[in-house]
Design a protein. Structure first.
Length: 78
């Protein structure tokens, strides 16, 4: 993102944070689907792996959400 010209009123770090939040949530959703597929196939080991990946993505999304809220409060309106 650093090489792209700013096209919005958000700074690059804010944009990066929003992007991280979005992609983490999308990844968590995808891993949940993979876990369900693995359970349906009877592979609990693989299902557990995908559930762990989903949890990690959820944690990252949660951190990104907290940081975004913190940045919104400290930077005020644009």
């Amino acid at each position: 993102m650093a090489s792209e010209q700013q096209q919005t009123s958000f700074s690059n770090p804010e944009y990066d944070l929003v992007s991280t939040l979005y992609h983490s949530l999308k990844s968590a959703q995808t891993y949940a689907t993979y876990a369900q597929d693995s359970q349906n196939a009877g592979d609990q080991e693989l299902a557990s792996f995908f559930q762990q990946m989903q949890q990690q993505c959820d944690q990252i999304a949660g951190q990104a959400k907290q940081l975004l809220a913190k940045k919104a409060i400290t930077s005020g309106p644009h």
